[in-house]
Design a protein around this ligand. Structure first.
Ligand code: NDP
Ligand code: 8X3
Length: 248
C-alpha cells in the first residue's frame, strides 16, 4: 500500500509543489486549501501523471471544519503543516487587527487543530511524521512583522514541544524554516499589490516552492531511526532576515 501524505495549503506555492513532488516520489496525497477549483486542478494533474490525490476544501481556522474534513481519513503517514500567511506589513500602531486574527488563527490555531487530529491517528497507528513549515521569522523578528513573526515563533516553539510530546509514540517532528521563497506569499501579504510583492524579490534569485519541496521530500524518505529536527533554507543571496545582497 502506498504511503499517505496530508499537505495543508496545497492550492499554491510550497504546498502545491510539495504535493506534486511527493506524488512523483510515490506517495498518495491528500491536499487541502480553501480554493476548491485549484485543488481539483491539482488532483487532475497528479492523476494524469498516474498518482493518487484526494482533495479536502476547508478553512483551517474553523476547528469544526477541520474535524469534518479530516476525521474520516483512515491513515496518514506524513503531515505537512504548510497552510499559512502573512497579512499586512505595518508598524504595530497601524496594523489591522483583522490581519492579526487571520495570521494567528491560521498559522497557529489552524496548525494546532490539524496536528491534534492527525497526531491522534498516528498514535493509534503506531507512528508517523509531521513536518511543520516555520520560517526564519521564527527566530528573527523584523520591523513591520510583529504578528507574523510571533506566529512563526509559535510554530518554532510548538515544533520543539510537539517533538517531545510525540517521541514515545514513534512520531517524528521536523521543522522546515525557509527564508525568501517566491510564491503567492507576498501578494497575499500586500493584499494584492503586485508591485509591492515584486519589490520583495528585487535583484534576488529567491527560493521556489520546488526548492522547499525537494527538502521536504528528502526529510520524508529518511530511515526511521533518523530525523531532521529543523532545517533552515535560504537563497544564496540572503544571509539572514536583514542582509540580502541585491543585484541591480
Ligand atoms: P502561498 O500564499 O503561495 O500559499 C499559502 C497556502 O496556504 C495556500 O495554499 C492557501 O490556500 C493556504 N491557506 C492560507 N490560509 C488558509 C486557510 N485559512 N485555510 C486553509 N488554507 C489556507 O504561500 P507559501 O507557499 O509561501 O506559504 C506556505 C507556508 O510557507 C506558510 O506557512 C508561510 O508562512 C511559509 N513560509 C513562506 C515563505 C515565503 O517566503 N514564501 C518563507 C518562510 C515560510 P487557500 O488560499 O486556497 O486557502
Ligand atoms: C516568510 C519570509 O521574510 O517574512 O516567512 O521571514 S519572511
Amino acid at each position: 500500500m502506498k504511503k499517505q501524505a496530508l499537505i495543508t495549503g496545497a492550492t499554491s506555492g510550497i504546498g502545491r509543489a510539495t504535493a506534486l513532488r511527493l506524488s512523483a516520489d510515490g506517495w498518495d496525497v491528500a491536499a487541502t486549501g480553501r480554493r476548491a477549483e485549484r485543488l481539483d486542478a491539482l488532483r487532475r494533474e497528479i492523476e494524469a501523471a498516474g498518482g493518487g490525490c484526494r482533495t479536502l476544501a476547508f478553512d483551517i481556522r474553523d476547528e469544526a471544519a477541520c474535524h469534518a474534513a479530516l476525521d474520516g481519513l483512515e491513515r496518514i503517514d506524513l503531515l505537512v503543516n504548510n497552510a499559512g500567511l502573512a497579512a499586512g506589513f505595518e508598524h504595530l500602531d497601524r496594523g489591522s487587527t483583522a490581519d492579526w486574527n487571520a495570521m494567528i488563527d491560521t498559522n497557529v490555531k489552524g496548525l494546532l487543530y490539524v496536528s491534534q487530529i492527525v497526531a491522534r491517528k498516528m498514535i493509534a497507528a503506531g507512528g508517523g511524521h509531521i513536518v511543520n513549515i516555520g520560517s526564519i521569522a521564527g527566530t528573527e523578528p523584523y520591523e513591520n512583522g510583529a504578528v507574523y513573526c510571533a506566529t512563526k515563533h509559535a510554530v518554532h516553539a510548538i515544533s520543539q514541544s510537539m517533538r517531545a510530546d510525540l517521541l514515545s509514540h514513534g512520531i517524528k517532528v521536523s521543522e522546515v524554516r525557509p527564508g525568501m521563497v517566491e510564491t503567492e506569499f507576498s501578494v497575499v501579504r500586500f493584499h494584492g499589490d503586485r508591485t509591492a510583492a515584486d519589490n520583495v524579490y528585487r535583484g534576488v534569485e529567491p527560493l521556489t516552492g520546488d526548492d522547499i519541496a525537494e527538502a521536504i521530500a528528502w526529510i520524508a524518505q529518511l530511515p526511521a531511526h533518523m530525523n531532521v529536527n529543523e532545517i533552515v533554507l535560504m537563497p544564496s543571496q540572503q544571509a539572514c532576515q536583514y542582509y540580502v545582497h541585491r543585484k541591480s
